[in-house]
Design a protein around this ligand. Structure first.
Ligand code: DGJ
Length: 544
């Protein structure tokens, strides 16, 4: 999908009919205490996370891997508050939850629930079970110490690897039991739906081995592809090699893991039907995979169809985007922005250049976006020692949520209805356009107030972002950071120009627009100039 997105007169008409209804129904900003079960819904090819009956936008943050402990939470909550996040992604560690087989300790989960409620945020819990970053490090000791019962994946040279076999029946049974216990506990302890979604496992994989080469796995690999899977993948029945050729091992490995995860997810859902999702690590989206040699076989968008066919209990599959280049980021968003998949970015980099990509994700209809590791535990992944996660860095990301937070429900609704477009600055192209039927919004970067250059220079660091939503045929909600937004009639040959009839700055309070002042003069004569001050406009246009 290109950055320039069109929507038709039909879509506009449907939107205005439904917007009037939906606007009246939009509830105030959500706080933990929702009474309805969260759900992922789809309408006209667009997606929403419904929380208490209305679309919800997760202004997320994920804590560092070892931060979801009562001892560390005092260094987490201040970062969450400062960030103005409304949703926090917290791991649940299998090794902590079930230190002795069958004996569950929910004290840490309960501390997460209590803290989230106190800080008026929702939670997304991450089940660090059989797989975490392609390894099995979060299994309890009783699993780790019994490789005969809980087998590791066997590499091509016959040696055990640092990850679990997806054919370990006892491992599957144990993971299912633990995940089910977690979901059962949530059902009992979280009637107010502080928890919105649960991630099943984490970046599942088997780095460095195309598949499990254990005798059992090899026997299954040499047998026929299950008929249902062959049909779903549109291949002729036969052995894995006959059906998938050079991709046979990768396909087999992904299918084996997806089949395992489906059973874990299904068991958990039977206890408590929260939306479940999976997070994918990625390969470079600008380089096509080398046939038969995907470095990370079970993940990346190349295997989305396999997951969709094999794991129907997983509601959505989400990319963890740590690539800071604009072209890569957009390419990943394109790949996961599918009619059969709700867009969600559960992890993204926490260095400054990533902050603007919240808007790129909004432009792809995301239900949430979440930088990784923005807590105040003193830890930073990239690059070790050089990036400091402190209040200053948090504030760069907080700007997004301070801007969007007061109107997060409106933004979620407008996005679900397909009337919203948003962009992040591309350092190679300094203007971007968004087409709304007869009006085209233009976004320019790097111009000072009185600069009308047709070729803007771009910001020194590409930090710009902009969002435009159509509220009525000639009325728009507009906001941005370090960007100039203007409008022109889409029909350039018509000889018409745009006039700002009225530009109101305001804010949403409990779902209602509150007028603050009218922008005019320097603030509008050259376009609508957004700085790093959070400002939201409602703009009425006419053509003359
Ligand atoms: C992706 C994983 O999903 C996270 O848990 C974390 O390990 C980050 N990578 C990077 O630290």
């Amino acid at each position: 999908m290109s950055r320039v997105r069109y929507f038709t007169a039909v879509a506009v008409a449907v939107f205005f009919a439904s917007a009037c209804l939906a606007q009246a129904a939009a509830p105030p900003r959500a706080q933990p205490g929702a009474t309805q079960m969260p759900s992922i819904v789809q309408k006209n090819g667009r997606w929403a996370l419904m929380v208490d009956g209305a679309p919800y936008l997760m202004l997320g943050v994920q804590v560092n891997n070892s931060s979801a402990w009562p001892a560390t939470l005092p260094e987490v909550w201040p970062a969450v508050d400062r960030l103005h996040a409304n949703t926090v992604e917290m791991p649940v560690y299998w090794e902590q939850l079930e230190p002795t087989q069958g004996k569950f300790d929910f004290s840490v989960v309960d501390a997460l629930l209590a803290g989230a409620r106190q800080h008026k945020v929702h939670l997304v819990l991450l089940w660090f079970g059989t797989w975490k970053n392609g390894a099995g490090h979060y299994e309890p000791e009783w699993v780790k110490r019994d490789p005969t019962k809980y087998p590791r994946l066997v590499g091509p040279n016959g040696a055990p690897r640092d990850t679990m076999s997806p054919f370990g029946q006892a491992t599957l049974a144990a993971d299912k039991a633990a995940f089910s216990a977690l979901m059962r506990h949530l059902k009992a302890a979280d009637a107010r739906h502080t928890v919105l979604m649960v991630q099943v496992e984490n970046e599942i994989n088997a780095y460095g081995s195309a598949r499990d080469y254990s005798p059992e796995a090899t026997q299954i690999f040499n047998g026929p592809v299950p008929a249902e899977f062959a049909a779903a993948m549109h291949v002729k029945p036969g052995t894995w090699t006959e059906a998938f050729g050079a991709e046979a091992e990768n396909t087999f490995q992904t299918w084996s893991i997806a089949r395992y995860v489906e059973q874990v997810a299904k068991a958990g859902k039977q206890e408590y039907a929260l939306p479940l999702y999976l997070n994918h690590s990625l390969s470079n989206p600008l380089q096509p995979p080398v046939e038969g040699r995907l470095a990370w076989p079970a993940m990346t968008d190349h295997v989305l169809d396999i997951w969709k066919a094999t794991a129907p209990s997983i509601d959505l599959i989400a990319p963890d985007i740590y690539m800071s280049q604009y072209a890569q980021y957009e390419k990943v968003l394109d790949a996961y922005d599918r009619k059969d998949n709700a867009m969600f970015v559960p992890e993204t980099g926490n260095a400054a250049p990533f902050a603007r990509y919240f808007f790129a994700a909004l432009g792809h209809g995301t239900i949430g976006w979440s930088p990784f590791g923005l807590d105040l535990t003193g830890y930073a992944n990239w690059p070790l020692g050089a990036l400091v996660v402190d209040e200053k860095l948090i504030d760069l990301f907080a700007l997004n949520y301070r801007l969007i937070g007061p109107m997060d429900r409106e933004i979620a609704r407008l996005n679900f209805e397909g009337t919203l477009q948003a962009v992040a600055e591309d350092p190679t192209v300094h203007t971007q356009t968004m087409v709304f039927g007869p009006w085209t919004a233009t976004v320019a970067y790097g111009l000072h107030q009185f600069d009308r250059r047709a070729e803007p220079p771009g910001n020194a660091d590409p930090t710009g972002r902009a969002l435009v939503a159509q509220l009525a045929p000639d009325e728009f909600l507009v906001t941005g950071v370090s960007a100039r937004v203007d409008f022109r009639p889409t029909d350039a040959g018509g000889g018409k120009h745009r006039e700002f009839v009225r530009v109101e700055e305001g804010t949403y309070i409990d779902g209602k627009w509150k007028f603050l002042r009218i922008w005019n003069g320097d603030q509008t004569d050259y376009g609508l100039n957004f700085t790093t001050t959070p400002q939201v406009l409602r703009v009425t246009l006419m053509a003359y």
